[in-house]
Structures are given as C-alpha cells and as structure tokens.
Write a protein that binds this ligand. Structure first.
Ligand code: FES
Length: 155
C-alpha cells in the first residue's frame, strides 16, 4: 500500500472503528490515558483457554497434551471505548482486530513497531503516545489477567 492508501485507511478506521463498544463480564479490562492530552481508552477482553476452545489442549512433538498455562490462553474477543485523535482511534481499531486469536504470551511480545507497521505511515514524535495508547492498554489488561504488571521500560 502507498502512504496515501495508509492515510486513507487511518481515516476510515477513525470514522468507523472496528471493535468499538464494551463486553459484558470481560475477563480482563484496562483503562488508560494519554498523559500528554488527557484522551482515554478502555479495553475489554474475553479470554479463552485453548483447551476449553478445542477440547484438546496443545500437543507437543510427541503428541502428548501439554498442560494449558495462562499465557497460552487466547483473546477470543475484544472491544474498546475511547476518546482520542485519529491516530489513537485508528491504532485501537487496527490493533484490537489484529490481536483476536492471539495468545496472551503473543500479546505480551507485541512492540511499538507492530503498531507502526499496522498504521503504515511515519508517526511524528508528538503522536507516538497517541499511536501506542491502545497497545499499552491491551498489554496492561493481558498482564493483569496473568497477575503480572506491565513494565513500560521493558515491555
Ligand atoms: Fe489525544 Fe492523540 S491527541 S490521543
């Protein structure tokens, strides 16, 4: 896609964001805000254990079923509510869509570059916090579900 197409995509996700809304009885949720502008986001996650989903659990090379650990659980559904600019809303729309079906361990491993790749256009220094707000919220919710805490310097 060209830069112009990415810009068009951002505008489209801003006007018609995917996964906007809330989930009843979410397994994890997190509210966050961009300290630079005060804009907010709240994410709601439905988390399923793979074992529950396919009834089998994960098998290793020998064909034995491995015990399912929490990091292996997947994001079955995700919604968000937000108040923010085009970049932050488009990033939330694109990122929530891309994490569906990912394991919590995969979500923990997501980086700022993954978000920039989804947006596809250079993000100015002033807009980096906007672009990364949803990533921080989603990762914080995943960490909280696992009983861990997001370390912004490390994660
Ligand atoms: Fe507030 Fe972008 S200006 S999130």
């Amino acid at each position: 896609m060209t830069n112009a197409m990415y810009r068009e995509q951002i505008l489209e996700h801003y006007k018609h964001p995917l996964n906007q809304g809330t989930l009843e009885k979410p397994d994890a949720r997190h509210h966050d805000l961009n300290p630079l502008c005060g804009d907010e986001i709240e994410v709601f996650l439905k988390i399923e254990n793979k074992k529950e989903k396919n009834g089998k659990g994960k098998r290793d090379e020998s064909g034995k079923t491995k015990p399912n650990d929490a990091g292996n659980a997947i994001i079955a559904d995700i919604k968000f509510t937000s108040q923010g600019c085009a970049i932050s809303t488009a990033a939330a729309s694109l990122l929530t869509e891309s994490v569906k079906g990912k394991t919590l361990d995969e979500v923990k491993a997501l980086t700022r570059d993954d978000v920039f790749a989804l947006l596809g256009v250079p993000v100015s220094a002033a807009r980096v916090k906007c672009a990364l707000l949803s990533l921080k919220a989603i990762k914080s919710a995943a960490y909280a579900y696992l009983g861990e805490k997001l370390d912004e310097k490390r994660d």
